[in-house]
Structure formats: structure tokens, C-alpha cells
Design a protein around this ligand. Structure first.
Ligand code: HEM
Length: 471
């Protein structure tokens, strides 16, 4: 007989509804305390299955990895034409288009060779930002979160298409603001799914009318259309295509011919969001934790100083010699897990897990946030303590199930190493060249630590700081 994992009944779920929508990682952790690390419940017409321990996470992401490698599509994707076949993140199964896009991404962004090739891009975009900050007047307040976001967006868009999305020197000007709100709107709309999407009562709110979806589609095309067409034209005019030494993502997808221009725009947008959203969140929390802990900050700075060559940070020295700094990045990814429930998985077949039946099309959530704060696995679990990673072999590549900031298995984040390098270069440079203080000389201890959930978990209030060039 079919036996589902234990879990709350309809009434119990209803009493948690608001928390399930706005703070699902917390609600699910609370429920798991009552029902155990493998739990199920009905949410509207969707069966939800939740893994809340390293052991149960392993069942879904390792032991039965292939069966749980599906995704649910937010309703918006059913409205937008062609998106299902041009997505990595939300591709419903690990099918042909998913494989092709992951392979192309591997060759020009994710692999070690690609990261090596792209080192100069990372450095150049970070230095654009550093140089821009050098022009600030003494005491001028900077929205550092936006600036780091724009820098990370330029790094990925340059790696994908050889173009900047943001003109950094134009920070705060019309073009910059327009691009910022365009991209933010797409991020907000396309990631606002998950639990809400499966509740018939909330569907009444009509998040996603056809009109809104088409507007989003138009905006995605507005962001990338010009870049794609320009490249297509220049490739046609180029008599000798082999004269280009290395191909970027755009060269490869265009010459492959599988995807339409609109589909290419969608996959570029998706990679942009994947590469910037969680990474920005991490850089924000890392800086917050360090300015709140001056002793840690000076240790990090001492290390970074050892990785400077001439007047520039050297990426391989940063990677090889800055253990404490890396421990701080890892600890930030533990205490402030950017994707607290990973990206929801879907069972593509019915499967038995721990003697329970998990029916086909169940939505599987791994509470990576709860696991990373479980006192069973982590001492002083809610305290920022980078030292814990110094003498530990726990890495972020998905082999330690008590620490899964990037997930693990088939659907694991392909950009984990890229993220690490970007964070290291960007935050390393910002801390090396500048001192950071709060507006009005406020004490860093007073920084508001509230978080807000929108598939990713970010700092609620923007990070406003005053830079001062270090001697
Ligand atoms: C700190 C930064 C980042 C974090 C915490 C993060 C986290 C994640 C997580 C948790 C997933 C879902 C894993 C799962 O469902 O099991 C994911 C998927 C993904 N990430 Fe990241 N990520 C980060 C940076 C990046 C970067 C820099 C890129 C691109 C260069 C990227 C591209 C992707 C893509 C394409 C997927 C979809 C994979 C698939 O469904 O097959 N991410 N990421």
C-alpha cells in the first residue's frame, strides 16, 4: 500500500500559510521538528515533500538523483513561447536542450579552463568599479548592493556576449537606473513562484495575466535583442570567422542553430539571473559580517595584502593563499544560505524513499537553510564563525550533505566555482582599496539584519555605505 511521509494536515497547513509563503524555510524547519526530516503535505493541489536532514537530502539528491531531477514550471513559463526548450534552471527534465545549454555554458563559463580565460574579465570589471568609487567625494553614500550587482552583471554578460550591461561610470544616471529596474523586475517576477504558484486560492490574485507575461517577455528581449542582432550581423560580415580565437556563449548558440533569437534572449537572461542574484546576496552578507567584526576584517585584509602584485589583486594568490578569507566566504554561505530551499525539484517517476512512497510529480524541497543551521551538525549554529571552516574538509561542492549552498547532484549549480572566484575578487578588492562605514557614523552593530524571501533570501534593507580610500 502507498504510504506518504508523515506531515501536517490541511488545517495545520492553513495555520502556517502566511509563514509558508513569506518565510517558508522557517515554517518548514518548525514543521520538521514535529514531523521529522522526511515530511509531506498537501498545498492546494500540489503534494509537497520536504527533506530536512543531511540523510534525507542525500536520498533525493544522490541515491535517487535522476528520479528527483525534474523541475516544476512556474505558470508564467507556460505563457511565454519557447521558454521550456531554452532553459537550464527550470527545464522540466534533464533533456536535450538542458544538456546542450549546460555543455555550452561549461565550455565558456563554468569549466576551470573557461574561468582561467575569463580571469581578465573579472579583474577588469572589478577595477572599473574600484576606479569609479575612487571618484566619489568624501562622505558620499553608495548603494553598494546595486553597485556590486552591476559589476557581477557585467562580468557574466561580458563572458557570455562580450558586452557590458551596465555603464558603471553612469551609476545613478538614467540608463543605469533603467537597466537596474528592468533586470530587477525580471528577477522579481520570474522568481516569484514556488509555493504561491500551487495554491488555487492565491491564483485568484492573478499574478500572471497574459498581459504581464508578455510585458516581461518584451523586457527580456529589450535587454538582449540588440546585442544578439549586432553579433549576428557582425558574424555575417566577418569573412574569416576562424580569425576569432575563442568563442563566447553567444557565438556558440548562434552557430549551433538550435535556438531562436528569442530563446537565446531567455537563456541569457536566465544565466544572468543565476549568476548575479545569489552572488550579490553573498557579497552583501560577507561585507556586513566583516564590518561588524573588525578583528575578522583585519585578518582578511592582512591575507589579501599578501595576494597583491604591483597594485593589483592576483587571482591565483587569492585562491591559494587566503584561507581565512575563503573560510569567511564559506561561512557566509552557511549562515546566509542564498537559496534556502534550493530550486524546487520534481519527481519524474514514483519512487520509494525510506519505505515511504513519493508519488510522481511531487514537489521536493531540500531545506538547505535549516540543515546549515541545525545544532546537531553545527556548533554555535547561528553565530558567524569562519574558523569552523579552517580545519575542516567541508567544501561547497556538494559532497557534504550538511552544507549544500549550491545543491548537489544532476541539478547542482554549475556556477559554484565561478561564484567563489567572483566573490573573492570583488569583495577582496572592495576591502583592499577602501574602508567602509555607515552613513552618519552609525555603529556597524546597528545594521539591520532582516531578510526577505523571494526564492532567494536577501537582506531586506539596501546596503548603504560610505567608502574611504585606504592609504
Ligand atoms: C553564491 C552564488 C550562488 C549560489 C548560492 C547558487 C545556488 C544555486 C542553487 C542552490 C541551485 C539549485 C540547485 C538544485 O536545484 O539542486 C542553482 C542552480 C543554478 N545556478 Fe547557481 N548559485 C550561485 C551562483 C551561480 C553562478 C555564478 C552561475 C552562473 C555562472 C549560476 C548558475 C546556475 C544555473 C544555470 C543553475 C541551474 C542548474 C540546473 O537546473 O541544471 N549560479 N544555483
Amino acid at each position: 500500500a502507498r504510504q506518504l511521509p508523515p506531515g501536517p494536515n490541511q488545517f495545520h497547513v492553513m495555520s502556517y500559510l502566511s509563514q509558508l509563503i513569506y518565510k517558508p524555510h522557517i515554517a518548514l524547519q518548525t514543521l520538521a521538528k514535529a514531523y521529522g526530516p522526511l515530511m509531506s503535505f498537501q498545498l492546494g493541489d500540489q503534494l509537497m515533500v520536504v527533506a530536512s536532514s543531511p540523510e534525507t537530502a542525500k536520498e533525493f539528491c544522490r541515491t535517487h538523483d535522476r528520479i528527483f531531477s525534474g523541475r516544476h514550471l512556474p505558470s508564467v513559463y507556460h505563457i511565454l513561447p519557447g521558454t521550456i526548450d531554452s532553459s537550464i534552471v527550470l527545464s522540466p527534465e534533464c533533456g536535450k536542450a538542458w544538456k546542450l545549454l549546460r555543455t555550452i555554458g561549461q565550455s565558456c563559463v563554468f569549466s576551470s579552463r573557461a574561468m582561467e580565460t575569463n580571469t581578465w574579465i573579472r579583474k577588469a570589471k572589478v577595477m572599473d568599479t574600484v576606479n569609479h568609487l575612487r571618484t566619489k567625494q568624501l562622505g558620499q553614500v553608495v548603494n553598494l548592493e546595486d553597485l556590486m550587482f552591476a559589476t557581477l552583471a557585467n562580468i557574466i554578460s561580458s563572458a557570455l556576449t562580450a558586452k557590458n550591461l551596465f555603464h558603471i561610470e553612469g551609476e545613478g544616471k538614467e540608463d543605469y537606473k533603467e537597466m537596474m529596474s528592468l533586470v530587477n523586475e525580471v528577477i522579481e517576477k520570474t522568481t516569484t513562484f514556488g509555493l504561491v504558484d500551487f495554491l488555487p486560492i492565491l491564483k485568484g490574485v492573478d499574478f500572471w495575466s497574459n498581459g504581464k507575461a508578455m510585458d516581461m517577455y518584451r523586457k527580456i528581449k529589450l535587454t538582449w535583442g540588440g546585442i544578439i542582432q549586432e553579433r549576428r550581423a557582425s558574424t555575417k560580415n566577418d569573412q574569416n570567422p576562424s580569425s576569432k580565437t575563442s568563442q563566447d556563449f553567444l557565438d556558440i548558440v548562434l552557430s549551433d542553430g538550435t535556438f531562436s533569437e528569442d530563446q537565446i534572449a531567455i537563456s541569457l537572461m536566465e544565466l544572468l539571473i543565476g549568476a548575479t542574484d545569489s552572488t550579490t546576496i553573498t557579497t552583501v552578507w560577507l561585507i556586513v559580517e566583516l564590518i561588524k567584526n573588525p578583528e575578522m576584517l583585519s585578518k582578511v585584509r592582512e591575507e589579501i595584502a599578501q595576494a597583491v602584485e604591483g597594485d593589483e589583486l592576483n587571482e591565483s594568490l587569492l585562491s591559494n593563499n587566503c584561507n581565512y578569507f575563503q573560510a569567511c566566504i564559506k561561512e557566509t554561505l552557511r549562515l546566509h544560505v542564498p537559496a534556502p530551499l534550493l530550486v524546487p525539484h520534481r519527481a519524474i517517476e514514483t519512487c520509494k524513499v525510506n519505505n515511504y512512497t513519493i508519488p510522481k510529480n511531487s514537489m521536493v524541497l531540500v531545506n538547505s537553510w535549516g540543515i546549515a543551521r541545525d545544532p546537531k551538525y553545527w556548533e554555535d549554529a547561528t553565530i558567524f564563525k569562519p574558523e569552523r571552516f579552517l580545519d575542516s574538509n567541508i567544501g561547497y561542492r556538494g559532497t557534504h550533505f550538511e552544507y549544500l549552498p549550491f545543491g548537489t547532484g544532476l541539478r547542482m549549480c554549475p556556477g559554484s566555482a565561478v561564484a567563489f572566484k567572483n566573490i573573492q575578487m570583488l569583495v577582496g578588492s572592495l576591502l583592499h582599496y577602501f574602508d567602509w562605514s555607515l552613513p552618519n557614523g552609525d555603529d556597524p552593530i546597528s545594521i539591520d539584519m532582516s531578510e526577505t524571501y523571494l526564492t532567494t533570501l536577501k537582506k531586506e534593507k539596501p546596503l548603504l555605505l560610505v567608502p574611504k580610500l585606504r592609504e
